[in-house]
Design a protein around this ligand. Structure first.
Ligand code: ADP
Ligand code: MG
Length: 650
């Protein structure tokens, strides 16, 4: 049989990442072992999962991880009898990074590195754990055989930008990673990684909870024994070498809360999430009654890069049944808007033959999910009440995702509203809760006033704000993309309804004030009736109505939608999604006390067909669009009209 040996160059991005990982990423070199064990444990999870439906994939021996030290030739190897890799998979998984956006990401990383502020949390998302072996090894070999296949593959590299790959042999399926260790260099943190106690210590620290036995051959003293097993009197002890399990394998979620340290929780989180940062907080859940289950959930401290690539980031939770791993990425346990939550669920009595389809219909899974959502909401609410600073970090990272839950009619939306933070005209810097907003509402104010837009700056400058600010009303600013969607039809907050300043007619002030303002407006409308009709005729293609308003104080005009109309941002969003959205005409509202109206009225009274009225109307319309940061239908025509106006006097 001819064996093909191939020599390949690492993908350019991998070289860069390798360089970062080896030279500056980890301050502690011990973590290479954590990464290898975590990969082995992932591979065991996979074979166990596939074995559920295809039992011949399962190894004969129990699933385990084996660490072998060889002090004589200074090698250390980590083996597993997990899923293994085919030749293609080796080439794909080691030596290439297929994740989209890698190049842009690396650019950003280079920049942050030149500013000396390396951000390991970013790089951790790229699955680079394996490369950390080159911190402690001059050469690394991977011998692997995919479960269900006959041939094995050997991959080898000195971490110098090249690797070789060839066909090889391995007795059973699984993977062995062998490190040819660098010389001990305590000063630079390279310990003696063939030393039994060094390895014991690292395994205990980082990988104690791994649910497969991590075995290592150790020397023991054995006393001579009689045939009945009792120690032989006067016998000499002799050295034997045997496998010892180094980790306790205790499911961390099954241990009483008080007995688990934060460090243990954090290491466990890193193990399951592939995140390198400590989580923001953990939630441990115990469910009893109709369904028995425990869960250990984590809120990360950083949003992953792909949080908005919904399919990619929606991985779900790990599912165990009676401490036995069933599946990774169980999406049915978490709603979409909580997709950032990481963790494990361990149920006492689910059928072990779960397939992904069956799971969806499982009433117990639905019950667990509901319970978990409730507990997460409670935990977030507590975080908001007790540790506002921390909560703000959370909100900045995940608030926009959480608000997606407000779009769902199945979820209970009230708890989400209670968690909302948003910018407000009340404070330049501090976001407010809705409850605080309501507590500051003016007497006679019965609605929550808000505006949506692309940014706080844009929204704040909007003419729609004028009347409200002048009368001392507080206005909330919503600037996430999702806000435009849920605020189309927002659920009432503690019985308070919502009022967009950009939509519908707005009534300000006390009843008496309102009545008076309405009267005046009616009179003014009568006075300007014919002019308004003419303006409507001129702007007929763009607006569906021209009317007077008292929501403005300084600006001449603004555009508003009908209460049921989609906002311009939504229309834009739908267009970007490639949808053919019919033009939504809005209403032009004019400030009756602005001189422009008087000017047009004078010209109108003199000569109804004065062409300058048309020009003024178009200019007025154009500048209201510009004021809200919108796009003019015909910018060239608009700027010609402005230029003409500039050279004309009077
Ligand atoms: P990550 O574990 O975050 O994906 P790594 O750099 O640690 O990133 O590993 C890269 C990939 O190599 C893994 O995703 C997996 O597909 C493969 N791999 C690594 N170690 C093993 C192993 N022991 N068995 C099977 N596949 C492995
Ligand atoms: Mg890994």
């Amino acid at each position: 049989m001819s064996k093909t040996v191939e020599r390949h160059e690492f993908q350019a991005e991998v070289k860069q990442i390798l360089d970062i990982v080896v030279h500056s990423l980890y301050s502690n070199k011990d973590v290479f072992l954590r990464e290898l064990i975590s990969n082995a444990s992932d591979a065991l999870d996979k074979v166990r999962f596939h074995g559920l439906t295809d039992s011949h994939l399962l190894p004969e021996e129990d699933l385990h991880i084996h660490i072998e030290r060889n002090p004589d030739n200074r090698t250390l190897s980590v083996s597993d009898n997990g899923i293994g890799m085919s030749r293609e998979e080796v080439a794909q998984n080691i030596g290439t990074i297929a994740k989209s956006g890698t190049t842009e990401f690396l650019k950003a990383l280079e920049e942050s590195r030149s500013r000396q502020e390396l951000t390991p949390e970013l790089i951790g998302q790229f699955g680079v754990g394996f490369y950390s072996t080159f911190m402690v090894a001059d050469r690394v070999g991977v011998l692997t055989r995919r479960a269900g296949e006959e041939t094995a593959t050997l991959w080898e590299s000195a971490g110098d930008g090249w690797y070789r790959i060839e066909e090889s042999e391995r007795d059973t399926a699984g993977t062995t990673v062998t490190l040819h260790l660098k010389l001990v260099d305590e000063e630079n943190g390279v310990k003696d990684y063939v030393d039994e106690w060094v390895i014991r210590d690292i395994v205990k620290r980082y990988s104690d909870f791994v649910s497969y036995p991590i075995l290592m051959k150790v020397e023991k003293q054995e006393v001579e024994r009689e045939a009945d097993g009792s120690p032989k009197k006067g016998g000499t002890p002799r050295k034997v070498v045997e496998d010892e399990t180094l980790n306790s394998m205790k499911a961390i979620w099954a241990r009483p809360k008080g007995q688990v340290t934060d460090t243990e929780y954090h290491e466990f989180y890193k193990h399951i999430s592939h995140d390198w940062n400590d989580p923001l907080t953990q939630i441990s859940v115990r469910m009893e009654g109709a369904v028995d289950a425990r869960a250990l959930l984590f809120i990360p401290s950083h949003a992953p890069l792909d949080l908005y690539h919904q399919e990619m980031s929606y991985r779900g939770l790990q599912l165990y049944v009676k401490r036995i791993f069933i599946m990774d990425e169980c999406r049915d346990l978490m709603p979409h808007h909580l997709r950032f939550i990481k963790g494990v669920v361990d149920a006492e009595d689910l059928s072990l033959n779960v397939s992904r389809e069956l799971l969806q219909q499982d009433r117990q899974i639905a019950a667990i999910r509901k319970f978990l959502v409730k507990r997460i909401m409670e935990a977030l609410s507590k975080l908001k009440d007790d540790q506002l600073e921390k909560y703000r970090i959370f909100w900045a990272q995940f608030g926009a995702v959480l608000k997606e839950g407000l779009l769902s009619l199945e979820e209970s939306r009230d708890p989400i509203l209670d968690l909302v933070l948003c910018a407000s005209s009340h404070s330049e810097t501090e976001p407010t809760t809705l409850a605080d907003y309501v507590s500051r509402m003016k007497e006679g104010q019965d609605k929550i006033y808000f505006l949506t837009g692309p940014s706080r700056e844009a929204v704040e400058q909007s003419p729609h704000m004028e009347g409200f600010l002048q009368k001392g009303y507080e206005v909330l600013f919503f600037t996430d993309r999702v806000d435009d969607v849920w605020l189309q039809n927002p659920p009432p907050f503690h019985d308070k309804h919502w009022q967009s300043l950009g939509r519908g007619e707005v009534e300000l002030g006390t009843d008496a004030e309102r009545r008076e303002a309405e009267e005046t407006l009616k009179e003014q409308t009568t006075t300007h009736k014919d002019l308004l009709a003419l303006l409507k005729e001129i702007l007929d293609d763009e607006v569906k109505e021209v009317r007077l308003t008292n929501r403005l104080t300084a600006s001449a005009a603004c555009l508003v939608g009908d209460a049921q109309d989609p906002s311009p941002q939504i229309v834009e969003l739908l267009r970007q999604l490639g949808q053919d959205v019919p033009k939504v005409k809005r209403i032009l509202e004019i400030n009756p006390s602005h001189p422009i109206l008087q000017k047009m009225q004078q010209r109108f009274d003199k000569d109804r067909s004065d062409p300058s009225i048309q020009t003024l109307a178009e200019l007025l319309y154009g500048q209201t669009i510009l004021a809200e940061g919108g796009q003019l239908p015909d910018p060239a025509r608009f700027s010609r009209m402005v230029a003409d106006l500039m050279v004309r006097d009077g």
